[in-house]
Design a binder for this molecule. Structure first.
Ligand SMILES: *Cc1c(COP(=O)(O)O)cnc(C)c1O
Length: 345
């Protein structure tokens, strides 16, 4: 699609074709050159381990066209390190942080006419994916790995203002096993979550809340997003409370919010969070790259029929955290931790 044919003010979170994607193959023990491609398809061996044995992991990050005309990419080195961790656990070739970041910068530069203008509130979503592309018949790692990145312009998550969602606690499916792949962005985790999400929707809920798979006692994640609650203690001090467990995907948005909360003078608690603690939170939300923060209004527990209620709108601390993070991403608030890569495009 040509840039002039895109309906820039009505973009959703969906796939829009852009001219260039970048690819790099690991063969014979080393990474080859970064290739620029215009076709949307990949030719791959039918016995590639990606198809049979789930040797696939992905990432998601964003680039923003800012008021000062520059382009800012948010914390891409963190995405690089997380992809290293996923690739390593799934026994694929591990790209260097430098290779990952060079490919991100290239795919953004090559598609710079597809970065939504500042005024639209949109961004360029970058999707890196790494797969075992070499053939195997037995359950073994592929001897060839493909790292591919494409981009798609996406709209602002909240066009009509921030709105809270409803969630149901899922006690019949787990997102990941206690010592499994939950800490990685392995493709299999997401295939395995589709039934759970669909059943949640059919029951009338926007999202599902997963509990820790070993005990079903602590909170893990909310759909494909991290969870946090805000507790204001007797002395009026606000606490940013977020679950920590091996089966949770370490969200870069959450990592950033923890830092911002600490900067605000909030108490940051990253630890096991008991389900019953929901009673102590005045605000709750889930966080990830797509939406930054989605406030959670209600959580229903089918075990005892109880609904935890955090109010319909967005709470004051949630709003403050959201505004600060979005301000940094758009170059309007001082980037005091050096999170942005600034490109002159
Ligand atoms: C990607 C993802 C997140 C959010 O991570 P960000 O780095 O903030 O985008 C949270 N939970 C799961 C399960 C995810 O896949």
């Amino acid at each position: 699609m040509k840039p002039q044919d895109i309906d820039w003010n009505n973009l959703s979170f969906g796939y829009t074709r852009t001219p260039v994607n970048v690819r790099c193959y690991w063969r014979d023990g080393q990474w080859g050159p970064i290739e620029e491609h215009t076709e949307e398809t990949v030719t791959m061996h039918m016995a590639a381990t990606a198809f049979h044995y789930g040797q696939t992991a992905f990432e998601g990050l964003k680039a923003f066209r800012c008021k000062d005309g520059k382009v800012r990419i948010f914390r891409m080195d963190e995405n690089a390190r997380r992809m290293q961790s996923s690739a390593s656990y799934l026994q694929m070739a591990v790209p260097s942080v430098e290779l990952f970041c060079e490919m991100v910068a290239k795919v953004v530069t090559d598609n710079k006419d597809y970065i939504p203008a500042y005024e639209t509130g949109g961004s360029l979503y970058i999707r890196p994916v790494i797969v075992g592309s070499g053939p195997q018949l037995g359950v073994k790692p592929a001897d060839e790995t493909l790292l591919l990145m494409f981009v798609s312009p996406v709209g602002p998550y909240y066009s009509g203002g921030m709105k809270g969602i409803s969630a149901i606690i899922d006690r019949t499916h787990d997102r990941a096993a206690p010592f499994g792949t939950g800490h990685t962005k392995a493709g299999g985790n997401y295939g395995a979550s589709l039934t759970s999400a669909l059943e949640g929707h059919e029951k009338g809920y926007d999202s599902v809340l997963y509990l820790d798979p070993a005990h079903h006692r602590y909170i893990d994640e909310c759909g494909a997003a991290n969870f946090f609650g805000i507790r204001v203690d007797g002395n009026g001090k606000a606490h940013y409370v977020t679950p920590d467990s091996h089966s949770i995907l370490p969200s870069i948005t959450n990592k950033s919010l923890k830092q911002i909360a600490a900067d605000f003078g909030m108490e940051v608690e990253a630890r096991h969070v008991e389900l019953e603690e929901l009673n102590t939170f005045s605000e709750a939300g889930c966080c990830g790259t797509a939406a930054v923060i989605t406030p959670v209004s209600t959580i229903f527990d089918p075990a005892d029929g109880k609904t935890y209620d955090f109010g319909q709108g967005v709470g004051p601390w949630t709003q403050k955290l959201y505004d600060e993070l979005v301000g940094i991403q758009h170059g309007e608030t001082e980037d005091r931790h050096g999170w942005n890569t600034v490109l002159d495009l």
